[in-house]
Design a protein. Sequence first.
Length: 356
Amino acid sequence: MKYLALGAASLAAVFCLAAADVQGIPSLAGGTGWLNTAALSSADLRGKVVLVDFWEYTCINCLRTLPYLSAWYHRYRDDGFVIVGVHTPEFNFSGESQNVAAAVKRLGVNWPVVMDDDQTIWNRYKSMAWPTEYLYDQDGKLVDTEIGEGNYPQTEAKIQALLKARSPSLRLPPVMALLPQDSYDKPGAVCYQHTPETFVGPWHGQMIANGAASNDPSIDTDYVDNVADHRDGRLYLQGYWHASRHQQAMVFGGGNGYLSLRYHAIQVIAVLTPESGGPMRVELTQDGKPLAREDAGRDIQYDASGNSYVNVDAPRAYELIMNRHFGQHELRISPTRSGVGFYDFAFEACEVGADK
């Protein structure tokens, strides 16, 4: 899960504050627009079992919850169940209405979504992590809070129990089994320690390991990767790069350049944007070779020569790597032209079956 600024004590406080709110579903007013519906008020949701889902379309943990949300919505919406997605952006581009609308369509999100670009609803609910789910009964009483991904069977069982409490004769399907990629949630599953999430731009601190202190982030700087031994979780640049306007990304400015990242994980997700229009071809190698097809993420393509690449055609999260085995690797990403923005790298390292 992704936190804004959250320690263990703060997390407990957030849960207690949310759990103490039994007066009704907090207002959903204050967003900048709605998708898939006219604006909804708390009164519109009375008499329904409501799941309020705080999410962000580039967030890896949020994306992993979507198959379950979609299944629950289609299973139970005719029985009095509603999902309200509150889309609170992490990056400037992920708060732009056209980008959110395109993501909602691409991801198959067909339940109501309110765009919370100014964090108005986020702050009202005292949310501090993506994703966070608040489950309310038909009287607007908060009955469960789930912070982060996981516990899907338990949440669905609670939804069913609330629906049957009002309509005991309802015939409901068995709780759905965990999807294969979520085998980490089963007894005996193994999750390995992995490289922490890595923000590329300087807004969360400087992660560029080979940048000189005198580099001006507002203009193209010529980076030279002359470090023989790269450190895990640090970024090494070659060629011309500059920081984005909001300091959230490093944007490739040309030259024979690349971004190199040493990491340990199974899965690698990157948030990339075509800052000057797309699609833009970005080539990848792992440990000095094109990605093995069995280790390629779903967004990887191959040309006739066997080179692995991704087409950056929209500002979104791209799955680059899904290794068969957990381990440490060197990932090199080489844009073929200027204008590709690199925002974030996120990692997962739970056993998904293929690494046995």
